[in-house]
Ligand binder design. Structure first.
Ligand SMILES: NC(=O)CCC(=O)C(=O)O
Length: 298
């Protein structure tokens, strides 16, 4: 019996690409690797957070593009047009990692993810809601909010013929509420373009992916850039897919490469039948975070 959540099997690819200082080269690299994934049969393809620029607050203003009004002009957003064309060439849904965005109307910068359909149409825009501001003395200090402003919407995207996915960016993996809202609204997978680092990555990256998967009994996919030890920020890499039972079913090391996984709705149904937490929740005892005044990207 077909699953209500994911109507037919879906091949997912996570493109763990290197992103350097040369924006046109980053766009070209994304194209080459997305097309390789599509040749391998992937119908949902993800690229990393900040794929068109090095990751660092010092780079965001220089690499930022203007997305509104939508569609933007080619001059305002070469990355928007590259992603739309790549999705069409690949004939696949493309979660376009994220790019630094500048809004002239508000004079604010955002960390923004664009998702395109196989015909190259923009399906959703997610501006990172939870900014990465951390300070681990002697290890890493990073403050996205020095430059970026937060988005304020939950992003759920309907992939026609398949089902719904939730999209959030990197640090947002640490916020179970976001994942729970998306899962309880019927998503079969939570997709996170991300760039954890070599301090937090070893302990938390896989743990958090598996935690969000087991909490919600959905697929969880994390797509990182490849590690570049010459860059100012050392990405953890290790793009991976956890299944609805929190098993890591595909993973890569820190180098460039593509991770593939077959997603199957019947696997979600099987796990939910065996451990029926969806029937056991007690909203008479505590509130349902997926109800109430939630702001969605439309
Ligand atoms: N780009 C990010 O949001 C990094 C998040 C991260 O490394 C973490 O530990 O959280």
């Amino acid at each position: 019996m077909a699953s209500d959540l994911l109507k037919k099997p879906l091949k997912l690819a996570l493109v763990q690409m290197a992103a350097g200082a040369d924006k046109p080269a980053n766009l070209q690299r994304a194209r080459t690797q997305v097309l390789e994934a599509s040749k391998a049969g992937a119908k949902l393809i993800v690229i990393p957070e900040c794929f068109n620029s090095p990751y660092g607050t010092q780079y965001f203003p220089k690499y930022a593009e203007t997305l509104l009004p939508s569609p933007p002009s080619r001059e305002d957003s070469p990355s928007f047009h590259a992603l739309s064309t790549i999705a069409k060439e690949a004939n696949a849904f493309l979660v376009g990692g994220s790019i630094p965005e500048y809004s002239p109307a508000t004079k604010k910068y955002f960390n923004t993810s664009l998702t395109f359909s196989p015909s190259g149409d923009l399906l959703a825009t997610h501006r990172k809601v939870h900014l990465f501001d951390i300070n681990i003395p002697g290890k890493i200090t990073f403050k996205e909010s020095e430059v970026l402003s937060p988005g304020n919407k939950v992003t759920i995207v309907d992939l026609p013929e398949y089902g719904k996915i939730g999209i959030a960016i990197c640090y947002e993996l640490r916020f179970p509420e976001l994942a729970m809202i998306a899962a309880r609204k019927g998503c079969f997978a939570l997709i996170y373009p991300g760039a954890f680092n070599t301090t937090t990555g070893p302990l938390h990256w896989e743990l958090l992916a598996r935690a969000r998967a087991v909490d919600n009994q959905v697929y969880v996919a994390l797509c990182s850039p490849a590690r570049d030890m010459d860059a100012s920020y050392h990405a953890w890499g290790h793009s991976l897919v956890a299944d609805p039972n929190a098993e890591v079913i595909a993973e890569i090391d820190e180098k460039e490469g593509i991770v593939y996984a077959e997603l199957n709705g019947e696997r979600i149904d099987e796990i939910r039948k065996g451990i029926p937490i969806y029937k056991h929740r007690r909203f008479d005892v505590y509130p349902d975070v997926s109800e109430g005044d939630i702001k969605y990207e439309e």
